[in-house]
Design a binder for this molecule. Structure first.
Ligand SMILES: [Fe+2]
Ligand SMILES: [Fe+2]
Length: 309
């Protein structure tokens, strides 16, 4: 290397040292422990509805009068379809996330550990989305793709979100799913396939959550009060859309229920609301600490979505 190049002042700001170190550790952790879903999971050709795919109390209709009307076979089938629906909402969001990370890396120093990490995370998400798609193929329910309105709102998010909103959105999707999956991976009463997929995803997502939390915190500190207000409203809307996208109404149709009535029953269910608050608890505590939910209109959106009390 020529002296001129070697003496060139570093692109990185000194305050970025810690953040570079965290990214370096995450890249190293990914090199030590990453999975290939095609070979690290035992894939059955088909599944038999003899065990639940998620715990019954996490099925959206659990505890409602409609749940009481379903026999055990249909309850198990509904749990299978809800996993297929979550998985496709997962792919939808991972596609948004990959685009957010590409846009983020585009503005970074290309040789930084941050860019290396962003590329590693995108590679993780590519494997996850392919894994979710393969799982849906086995479980059935390929028609349970997020609805057009959801896809359109996601398009706005992935095209227009600022990095703070992007990382907040990443955390909403990752942490909601993570809470459900951490419970699933240790529940021996469940189907082996959904447990294995949950376990792989939880292990790799822990790194993503760590990175997104650090980046979000760093960026939130730089926001003006007005910008913070904008971020609050956008992420409240994102949280509502993501929570609403988890269970496609087609799941209910497939077990012989009226989709409108089933959706209303799930929304009105005390038990379902408690489940959503449980899934969002870590996320909400983190966002509250950062002042990202507030006490006004944004919190009302979170409340309407069933994510805060
Ligand atoms: Fe993922
Ligand atoms: Fe992720």
């Amino acid at each position: 290397m020529s002296a001129t190049l070697a003496e060139r002042p570093p692109v990185r700001h000194p305050a970025d040292t810690d953040r570079e170190e965290i990214a370096r550790r995450l890249v190293a952790a990914a090199a030590r422990r990453s999975f290939d879903p095609d070979t690290d999971i035992e894939w059955p050709d088909r599944v038999v509805d003899d065990h639940y795919y998620i715990p019954p109390e996490r099925v959206s209709l659990y505890g409602t009068s409609l749940w009481d009307m379903l026999d055990e076979t249909k309850r198990i089938a509904l749990s299978r379809l809800e996993v297929a629906s979550w998985a496709q909402a997962g792919i939808w969001f991972e596609l948004i996330l990959a685009q957010l990370l590409v846009r983020y890396a585009y503005d970074e120093d290309y040789t930084s550990q941050h860019t290396r990490w962003a590329l590693t995370e995108i590679a993780d998400e590519c494997r996850h989305s392919a894994m979710f798609a393969r799982m849906v193929e086995v479980l059935g329910g390929t028609e349970l793709r997020p609805q057009t309105a959801t896809i359109t709102l996601g398009r706005l998010m992935k095209t227009m979100a600022h990095p703070a909103e992007g990382f907040a959105g990443i955390l909403i999707a990752e942490e909601l799913l993570d809470t459900f999956q951490r419970e699933m991976m240790v529940d021996e009463a469940l189907q082996p396939l959904t447990r294995a997929v949950a376990r792989l995803h939880v292990i790799e997502e822990a790194r993503h959550v760590k990175f997104a939390r650090e980046e979000l915190e760093r960026r939130v500190k730089r926001l003006s009060p007005l910008q913070r207000q904008r971020v609050r409203m956008i992420i409240a809307a994102a949280a509502a859309v993501i929570a609403g996208a988890l269970v496609h109404p087609g799941c209910y149709v497939a077990v012989g229920l009226d989709p409108g009535a089933a959706r209303r029953a799930a929304r009105a269910s005390e038990h379902r609301q408690a489940t959503l608050r449980w899934a969002a608890a870590k996320l909400v505590a983190n966002f509250d600490e950062l002042g990202l939910i507030g006490t006004g209109a944004a919190r009302a959106i979170w409340r309407r979505a069933g994510l805060v009390a």
